[in-house]
Design a protein around this ligand. Sequence first.
Ligand code: NAD
Length: 484
Amino acid sequence: MVSRVIPVDPFDLVIFGGTGDLARRKILPGLFRRYCAGQIEGDVRITGAARTEMDSEGYREMVAEAIAEADPQAARQSEHLAAFLDMLGYVVVDATGEAGWAELARLSRPDRIRAYYFSVAPSLFGPLAERLHQHGLTDGAARIVVEKPFGRDLASAQELNAVLAKHFHENQIYRIDHYLGKETVQNLMAIRFGNMLFEPLWNSQYVDHIQITVAEVVGVGTRGDYYDRAGAMRDMMQNHLMQLLCLIAMEPPAKFNPDAVRDEKLKVIRALDPVGPDDVVRGQYQGARNRPGYRNQVGNRDSTTESFVALRARISNWRWAGTPFYLRTGKRLKERASEIAVVFKDAPHSIFGEEAGRHRNILTIKLQPNEGIELGVTIKEPGPGGMRLIDVPLDMTFAEALGPEEADFPDAYERLIMDVIRGNQTLFMRGDEVEEAWAWTDAVIAGWEARGDDPLPYDTGSSGPDDALMLMHRDGRRWREIKA
Ligand code: NAD
C-alpha cells in the first residue's frame, strides 16, 4: 500500500520568525519533507521574515543547514533540496517598525492563498496583525497561523483574540496545538466514530476511568524565564492535555467538519467540574548528580512554579458522570512517554473464579515516542494447567500493520501546515475553545494560590511526587507505569 499524496494548491507562505528555533527545527524541515513527498508543487513561494540581518542567499544556506540537522536523511535528497531552496526568499522585517513591510507587500500575489505564520513571541501577534492590515494584506485569501502560548490566562487570551479579530475573521485564524496534528490523535477519532465496536461502550457505564499522561525527561532547559512564569498547568495542561481530553470525551459530531468538531469539544470544557483541593497535586523536580534542580535551573530560589501537575477532572454530563479523568504532565520524569489509556470496567462476574484474577480491557493510545494504538484483551494462557487468564495486547501500531510506506506519515507540523493551505481548521483551536480552557485553568490556579500550596519536591527520573500516586490510590486505582 502506498499512500496517496494529494498536492495542495500553490501558495505563498511568509514565516515571521523564520530564523528562529521553531522555524529551523520544525516548520522548514517539515515543508521540505512535504515537498519531497510531492505535496508541494508548482509556483510556491516561502519567505522567511525576521529581524535577523541576512539576504535570501544567506537564508537558503541557513535553511539547508537546518534541514541537514533536523532530518539528515531527507537532506540527502540533493535534487529536491536545490529545487526546494529555490522557492525560498528572505526579507528583514521588524514586527514593531516599518522595516521590510513595503517589500512584503510588493511580494504578495493577490490571487494566491497567502499564509502568514506568526512564529514569534506572542507579544508580537498584535503588531503583526496591525501591520498586515496597514499594508492591505488581510483580505480573504490571507490566513494567519499563531503559535502557543495563546495567552497566560483568560484575560490575556481574550485580549489576543480581540487584537486578531480586529483584522481577521475567525475562519482566517489557525491557532496551533501540535498535539492535534499527530496521526494517532486523528486515528482516535477514526477508531471512535468509524467502528461500531467502541462507541457503545464509550461512557460511564463501561469505562472505569481515563488516564492521560504527557511525560518528559528533559527539564526546562533554556526556557527557564518563560517557564517559571507559566508552569506545567499553563504550558501543557491548558492546551495539549485539555485538547486530548476533549477528543476523548466529546459527543460524536454530526460531520467531520471544523465547526461541528469544535462545538463538541467546547461542550466538554463547559461541562468540566471545578477542581477541588483534593483533586490536584503539583510538583517541582529536584537536582540529581550533575543535573540542576528546577529552582537552580530557572535561577529563582523561591520559585513556587510547578514542573509537574496531576489532577482528577470530572465531566458533568450524561455520558461521563461517574467516570474520572486523571491527567498528569511533568518534566524530568523517568521516561518520555505520552499516552491516553481508556480503562474499561471489570466484567460484572467472573465465571473463572477468584484464582483467575482481575482482568480488564484497556485501550491505549500512544502519542510518543512511538505512535500507535493497543487494545488489551484477556485470553486463556496457552497450554495445559486449567483456565488461567492473561492479558495480551492487540497491537495496532501502524508501522507493523500497514507497512513502512504507510507508516511514514507526516509529522504534526507538516500536516497542520498543509491543513492551513487547504483551509481546513478542524485540527486548530477556535477562539472560544481557548478562552473556555483558560477559564477552567484560571480557576484551578486561583484555588492553589488562595490555599498557598507549594509544589512538592520530586526526584529527577521518578514518576512525580508520591502524592500524585495517592491521588489515584485513594480511589482504588493506579497510574499506569510511565514507559516509552
Ligand atoms: P526564537 O526566539 O528562536 O525566534 C524568534 C524569531 O522571531 C527570530 O526569527 C527573530 O528574528 C524573530 N523576531 C524577534 N523579534 C522580532 C521583531 N520585532 N520583528 C520580526 N521578527 C522578530 O523563538 P522560537 O523558539 O522559534 O519560538 C517562536 C514562537 O513559537 C513563540 O511564540 C514560541 O512560544 C512558539 N513555540 C516554539 C516552540 C519551539 O520548540 N521552539 C514550540 C512551541 C511553540
